[in-house]
Ligand binder design. Structure first.
Ligand SMILES: *[C@@H]1O[C@H](CO)[C@@H](O)[C@H](O)[C@H]1NC(C)=O
Ligand SMILES: *[C@@H]1O[C@H](CO)[C@@H](O)[C@H](O)[C@H]1NC(C)=O
Ligand SMILES: *[C@@H]1O[C@H](CO)[C@@H](O)[C@H](O)[C@H]1NC(C)=O
Ligand SMILES: *[C@@H]1O[C@H](CO)[C@@H](O)[C@H](O)[C@H]1NC(C)=O
Ligand SMILES: *[C@@H]1O[C@H](CO)[C@@H](O)[C@H](O)[C@H]1NC(C)=O
Length: 332
């Protein structure tokens, strides 16, 4: 095929998020140009997933009781109506159950195509927070239908429905300064110059099943949050499996830290998605046994607005150590 006609085929969708529509908030082009690329693990069956699909396969419940007056069908536009029907106690509960056997195919999300794109779904959200004086925080959120926890001595811990992970890049006058990698309850921060890139785009290595974001491939112990050890109790595996470009088909927003409100910044970006206060997966099953405080099935997470969008430092909490090198003590 001629280059022009190939471009014509891929270009309209690819550039769509960057065309500001009248009255919508805008996001500077550099936020997309510097966006991270994700290395999904080669053996991870649980790929990024379409957000609407999660709603199609779940029922909103509070304490395992279906919310009778919930909007039907539930969409990314009306999702935040659930805030008045249970607020943070709402769980998008999978029809089949987290332990369904055989495992439903939709748990496995969408495999990116050769260009790293999810062509039939949207599994990413970009949020820009403007702190004034040229200081911009750009959040890149990644969504997976299912999180498979790590195994210890043949036992599995931390499986849950719905999985939100993120990077955040702090910019100063359009130049990237530092980047945050979310990992389980915490994460790690690095200077922009320290991290591996493809061109100007940083790489994040997604843990097999857990999708925690690492700066480097290999084994990652996450027994102690924020401390990256190669061996230990709970270990994530990351490798250069399959590249995912989360910019393609992303929903973009701006977030105002004064009014604590979102504005759509890409055509059709649904506000219900970001305003929803509930959880994106099943609640922890009642009586779920746990060993050393770790259970096999845990509750689904809440969404982007709960990931400390208004941050002082590049990390969501202090102390915030921004490493100027990729710390690593193991073998890849
Ligand atoms: C990755 O996870 C899959 C199943 O979730 C498992 O079959 C595979 O062995 C895992 N690979 C590594 C390196 O842990
Ligand atoms: C949840 O439901 C159970 C069983 O119906 C009930 O015993 C319990 O009190 C409820 N919990 C809350 C917080 O409403
Ligand atoms: C609903 O949850 C949000 C987020 O935690 C909270 O700010 C708000 O006050 C809650 N609303 C009500 C009515 O409790
Ligand atoms: C996207 O296409 C794949 C492969 O045809 C399919 O398995 C998946 O269900 C589709 N996802 C959505 C959200 O339509
Ligand atoms: C946030 O909203 C306040 C109040 O409307 C406004 O004064 C301020 O300029 C907004 N901030 C940004 C970054 O747009």
């Amino acid at each position: 095929m001629h280059l022009i006609s190939r471009l014509a085929l891929v270009a309209p969708l690819a550039v769509l998020p960057f065309i500001p529509s009248v009255g919508a908030a805008t996001i500077p082009q550099y936020v997309y140009d510097y966006a991270p690329l994700i290395w999904l693990h080669s053996q991870d069956p649980y790929r990024p997933s379409d957000l609407q699909q999660q709603l199609d396969h779940t029922t909103p419940q509070v304490n395992w009781t279906t919310i009778a007056s919930a909007p039907a069908p539930l969409t990314l536009d009306n999702l935040d109506q659930l805030n008045d029907l249970g607020n943070t106690s709402v769980y998008l509960t999978s029809h089949e159950g987290i332990d369904a056997s055989p495992e439903p195919a939709w748990f496995r999300g969408i495999t990116p195509d050769k260009q790293g794109r999810l062509t039939n779904g949207s599994g990413s959200v970009i949020v820009l927070v403007d702190h004034g004086s040229g200081n911009i925080d750009a959040f890149y959120f990644y969504f997976y239908a299912y999180n498979k926890g790590d195994k210890v001595l043949g036992l599995e811990f931390g499986d849950h429905m719905g999985d939100w992970e993120h990077n955040m890049i702090r910019f100063s006058n359009g130049a990237p300064q530092a980047i945050w990698y979310s990992q389980h309850a915490s994460g790690q921060a690095f200077t922009y110059s320290a991290v591996e890139k493809k061109g100007i785009r940083p790489y994040a290595y997604s843990g097999n099943g857990t999708h925690a974001n690492y700066v480097i491939a290999g084994k990652h112990d996450h027994t102690i949050p924020g401390v990256n050890l190669p061996n230990g109790f709970l270990v994530d595996y990351a490798d250069r499996g399959l590249e995912w470009d989360p910019v393609f088909n992303a929903y973009s927003y701006t977030y105002n830290t004064t009014t604590r409100s979102f504005e759509a910044a890409s055509p059709g970006a649904p506000l219900g998605l970001v305003n929803f206060n509930g959880k994106w997966g099943d609640d922890q099953p009642p009586g779920e046994p746990s060993i050393f405080g770790e259970a096999k099935y845990v509750a689904g997470p809440n969404g982007p607005k709960f990931k400390t969008l208004d941050r002082k430092h590049v990390c969501p909490s202090t102390p915030c150590i921004v490493l100027p090198f990729k710390i690593w003590v193991g073998k890849e």
